[in-house]
Design a protein around this ligand. Structure first.
Ligand code: ZN
Length: 312
């Protein structure tokens, strides 16, 4: 089908959210603490609708169920990926996700979660939590029992354009003043390790210490991704990561560039600038899927896109 599927985002109010999804992306957000834009999602907690064209008003989950031909007959009960833009005005709690195996046993057959972050923008002194300093499970347990959070948690400085792959078992958190695009497995299983002893409605939010200790990898191992850039006429294509679940690329379009859809389908998010997809105007904040059989496509203009597809 030669028709891109443009999606309508779903927004989530969060205690740590802000207003940058309106200020930077011109979305109509529901309130002054909007933390998440679920941009490409077929998850029951936020199922995006198609914006126009032949499938206008249909949910992405419905297309996945009833029109699998759009996705080249890709397998799986649920649409495999979930793309979010996250506006962290305050620190998020420190978390860890299980892998598929652990989630299957302990979370009623649910999928685990691998995710990755592209830093769209951040404050000059912004930081992020990735990993921890315990050398063994024993040390991890002891540091948690002693509440030595500052010694345990590994905090790194970040800048716009940085990219992080978060494997299951990795301690992680987004900190205040950060705007990111997240590409993840379609799963919502999160274990909260530490919440800075904050209160929400007078009570601390629930922690999941035992499950966290179960799944945290010791010692922490960084994932180093090889960010290779391919320079084409009119565009630079940078491979950000290719893992068991997805591949993610950054496309910087300056001029016009032709591509061939080689995957079963491909997801795009315009994160900077504006341009055109085969005659259809694109602007920052647009998210779309090119369905199976789309063939050749041209991206033109002056824009940056993050693009992904599931691993087959
Ligand atoms: Zn996470």
């Amino acid at each position: 089908m030669k028709e891109a599927l443009f999606l309508e985002p779903v927004f989530k109010e969060m205690i740590w959210g802000g207003t940058r999804l309106r200020e930077d992306f011109h979305y109509e957000i529901p309130g002054e603490q909007t933390g998440e834009c679920w941009a490409v999602s077929a998850h029951a907690n936020g199922d995006c609708k198609v914006k126009g064209g032949s499938f206008a008003g249909e949910h992405l989950s419905t297309l996945w169920k009833e029109h699998r031909e759009l996705f080249g007959g890709a397998e799986g009960e649920v649409f495999p990926l979930l793309i979010k833009i996250i506006d962290a005005k305050a620190d998020l709690s420190i978390q860890v996700h299980p892998d598929d195996e652990y989630a299957k046993v302990h979370e009623n057959g649910s999928l685990g979660k691998t995710e990755c972050w592209y830093i769209l923008d951040c404050d000059p002194d912004a930081k992020i939590v990735i990993g921890h300093h315990a050398q063994s499970k024993e040390e991890l347990k002891q540091m948690i029992a002693d509440k030595r959070w500052n010694d345990l948690i590994r905090v790194l400085p970040i800048k716009k354009g940085d990219f992080f792959q978060i494997e299951p078992g990795t301690v992680h958190a987004i900190k205040a003043g950060t705007l990111i695009l997240e590409t993840q497995q379609n799963s919502d299983i999160t274990y909260r390790l530490y919440d800075y002893d904050r209160l929400s409605n007078g009570k601390p939010r629930e922690l999941h210490l035992e499950k966290s200790i179960d799944v945290i990898g010791c010692p922490h191992q960084d994932v180093v991704t090889d960010r290779a850039v391919e320079q084409k006429a009119g565009a630079a294509v940078e491979k950000l990561v290719s893992c068991k679940y997805y591949s993610v690329e950054k496309l910087e379009v300056v001029g016009a560039c032709s591509f061939e859809l080689k995957e079963k389908f491909r997801i795009f998010s315009v994160v900077e600038g504006s341009g055109v997809l085969d005659g259809t105007e694109l602007k920052k904040g647009d998210h779309f899927i090119l369905p199976a059989g789309y063939g050749t496509y041209e991206l033109a203009g002056d824009m940056v896109l993050i693009s992904s597809y599931p691993q087959e």
